[in-house]
Design a protein around this ligand. Structure first.
Ligand SMILES: [Mg+2]
Length: 167
């Protein structure tokens, strides 16, 4: 699924697909990279989603930042996950005993969120990055990503800004 942001996701569809655990990337998916506070709209969304799903934040950022958000949104988290390596996902799977098909990954990056998410979870949702600023370590991924997007567009696989529910 490719949508503009986390508010546009068809969560009912995910429920129908028997997804039990939603794994969210943090930076540029839930919040801007230098955003200190969670906005109310996100808090409300998470509170609503919690009735149907187990919510986990997975981030390459350091513990203090990720924990702050997870505490405010009252959900679990994995920090310093070293995405696109699969360890963070393995940790979630092991700790909470999920089948691959029961987990969905939501993130703003093809390389760190979606490609590994496709391998480790049953469903992936790409969102547009909330802002232009990234973690330093992310810039190489963005460079790669731009190349991939250009290729996708050429092959008519997908185009940035042209959203779709399910493919
Ligand atoms: Mg991100």
């Amino acid at each position: 699924m490719y949508v503009k942001n986390i508010f546009d996701i068809d969560y009912d569809l995910l429920k129908k697909r028997k997804i039990r655990c939603l794994i969210f990337d943090l930076d540029n998916t839930i919040a801007l990279i230098d955003q200190e506070k969670v906005d109310k709209r996100t808090k409300t969304l998470f509170r609503k989603l919690k009735k149907d799903f187990h919510l986990v934040i997975i981030s390459n950022n350091y513990r203090k930042r990720v924990e702050k958000y997870a505490t405010f949104l009252e959900c679990d988290f994995v920090s310093f996950a070293m995405k696109p390596l699969p360890f963070g996902y393995m940790k979630i799977k092991r700790k909470f005993h999920y089948q691959k098909e029961e987990m969905a990954m939501i993130g703003d990056q093809l390389v760190t969120d979606i490609f590994v998410g496709n391998k480790m979870t049953g469903y992936t949702i790409l969102v547009d990055p909330l802002g232009k600023k990234d973690l330093k370590i992310t810039s190489i991924n963005r460079f790669l990503e731009n190349k991939i997007f250009r290729y996708y567009e050429k092959k008519a696989i997908m185009k940035r800004g042209r959203y779709y529910g399910e493919k």
